[in-house]
Design a protein around this ligand. Structure first.
Ligand code: ADP
Ligand code: GLC
Length: 474
């Protein structure tokens, strides 16, 4: 079976969050399961592109309204990632340093989708499945079905995975002229709430829709940033498949980014060595429990609650806990975390920015990982934490609910709370500190060892995606 994934991110080439991790790992596991897998992402100016060998496999031009752009499709020559990687290079649009956040993101991702379709349209054969990810690729299923140019692709099955329905990529109908011409009788499929909505169009037109956890799919029926009725209407073709992790990249036994490697057997010494190094790096006290947060500093992740949570916990548990935050995002959250640091003193430190290697050191060196997410379609941080023997403290929502069992329950290995509110998060932190201090009652060591051995690799999820593909192929 030949599958083409189309995405805005793919680790290690370009990653902003979990989408990159998923599109870097799932295709690799699918290839191991016997599929012929291709991944197409925009050709941003990345170090990966500079440091690896690529060849041009296709060159053409496309129109975005009245504007003409030349594009090249570059293929990575050595199958370094375990699948065929293609970069869609559109000078003047996609040759940016970053992934998102440009004034012309609508044009950038529209051109990306058109270039991918024009290229596939030109193949001698057609792929068995086109698998789109999030709104940046949501117009592809519509254009395959109703774009005049793409007649050849009508019968190719398409899947869209919703990683995050909060972002839908809407733009006004006044920019319809940017799209390649399509059957105007079908224009309503592009519309949601009076705008062209790529995510909604993807949900309407893809043959199958997947979400990144079963609980998230259930939540979307009631809370989907305006798309609730659409998801309910399309429920027959929706399925929730829990993300896995790349257990080669995230392996404390072999991770080159952490100071001391360890496994479930050598956990106590390994964790201690990593914690000592991390605390030294950030001026924290290694004799106290270390609770960390890693992620985008946005409301969705509950990051705006952190300053008050940290301030209140340090006040209520003086000299009994340390906090460390790694992230970047909304300026007011960054600012208030920095202010908090000024007044709470030595038991809290913060790194504002994106730092892949530091994230590995934090998963390895922390005792607990806090995720007070308001919305969490799957969440990968808690899975990485589990693999590194770090106990997750999570709000019981979406994928967090599907992957973390509370220590109060049978075989529990995490701490769950219900409300994205300071009092409830502080209560969960209180439970974590007691667990750390009272190690005789339920041994932290036992919980950690147990969680390190849980299997969250992609093997079974990759198979579930294959089942979805097979269900579409006659
Ligand atoms: P989301 O995709 O919503 O941001 P996920 O939990 O699925 O959330 O994935 C987040 C990914 O991004 C994880 O691999 C996490 O380690 C990484 N990450 C987030 N923020 C940072 C940061 N500031 N530095 C390094 N890695 C980060
Ligand atoms: C999104 C979600 C996150 C999920 C990731 C990968 O960014 O916010 O919860 O883990 O996609 O699917």
């Amino acid at each position: 079976m030949e599958v083409l994934h189309v995405s805005a991110e793919c680790y290690p080439v370009a990653k902003v969050g979990g989408l990159g991790d998923v599109v870097g790992a799932l295709p690799k596991y699918q290839a191991q399961a016997g599929c012929y897998v291709k991944v197409a992402i925009p050709g941003y100016k990345t170090r990966f592109w500079e440091n690896h060998e690529f060849e041009i496999v296709h060159q053409a031009g496309l129109y975005l309204g009245p504007h003409w752009y030349h594009f090249n499709i570059w293929k990575e020559k050595n199958n370094t990632l375990g699948f065929d990687l293609y970069l869609v290079d559109i000078p003047g649009l996609l040759d940016t340093d970053g992934v998102y956040g440009y004034y012309n993101d609508t044009e950038r991702f529209l051109a990306f989708q058109v270039a991918v379709l024009d290229w596939v349209n030109d193949w001698r054969h057609t792929p068995d499945v086109i698998h789109c990810h999030d709104h940046h690729t949501g117009l592809i299923p519509f254009l395959m079905s109703h774009g005049y140019k793409y007649e050849r692709l009508r019968s190719v099955p398409s899947v869209i995975t919703i990683h995050n329905a909060q972002y839908q990529g809407q733009f006004g109908w006044d920019r319809q002229y940017l799209l390649p011409s399509f059957d105007s009788w079908k224009g309503g499929l592009l519309d949601w709430a009076g705008a062209i909505n790529p995510l909604a169009a993807g949900i309407k037109c893809a043959w199958r829709v997947t979400t990144v956890s079963p609980s998230y799919l259930e939540e979307l029926f009631n809370s989907a940033a305006g798309l609730e009725s659409l998801i309910s209407h399309e429920r027959a073709k929706c399925v929730g498949i829990l993300n896995g992790i790349d257990s080669k990249v995230w392996d404390p036994g072999a991770d080159p980014m952490i100071p001391a490697n360890y496994n479930a057997r050598t956990l106590a010494a390994g964790k201690e060595a990593n914690k000592q190094a991390l605390c030294r790096e950030f001026g924290l006290d290694p004799s106290l429990p270390l609770i960390s947060f890693i992620g985008r500093l946005v409301g969705e992740k509950g990051a705006d609650l952190l300053p008050e949570v940290i301030g209140r916990s340090l006040y209520e548990l003086p000299g009994r806990v340390n906090f460390l935050v790694l992230g970047s995002g909304e300026p007011h959250v960054e600012w208030s975390l920095q202010q908090t640091r000024q007044y709470v003193g030595d038991h809290f430190n913060i790194y504002i920015g994106y730092n892949e290697a530091l994230s590995h050191r934090i998963y390895a060196g922390s005792d607990f990982l806090l995720m007070p997410s308001r919305v969490e379609p799957c969440g990968l941080n808690q899975l990485y934490a589990l693999r590194y023997g770090t106990v997750p403290i999570v709000r019981s929502t979406g994928g967090l609910r599907d992957t973390v069992t509370d220590i109060g329950d049978k075989n529990g290995f995490g701490i769950r709370f219900i409300h994205a509110a300071v009092w409830d998060i502080c209560r969960a932190i209180g439970r974590a500190v007691s667990l750390y201090e009272d190690q005789e009652v339920i041994t932290l060591q036992h919980i950690r060892q147990y969680s390190m051995q849980l299997d969250h690799s992609w093997d079974s999820a990759a198979q579930e995606y294959l089942n979805v593909y097979n269900s579409m192929i006659p």
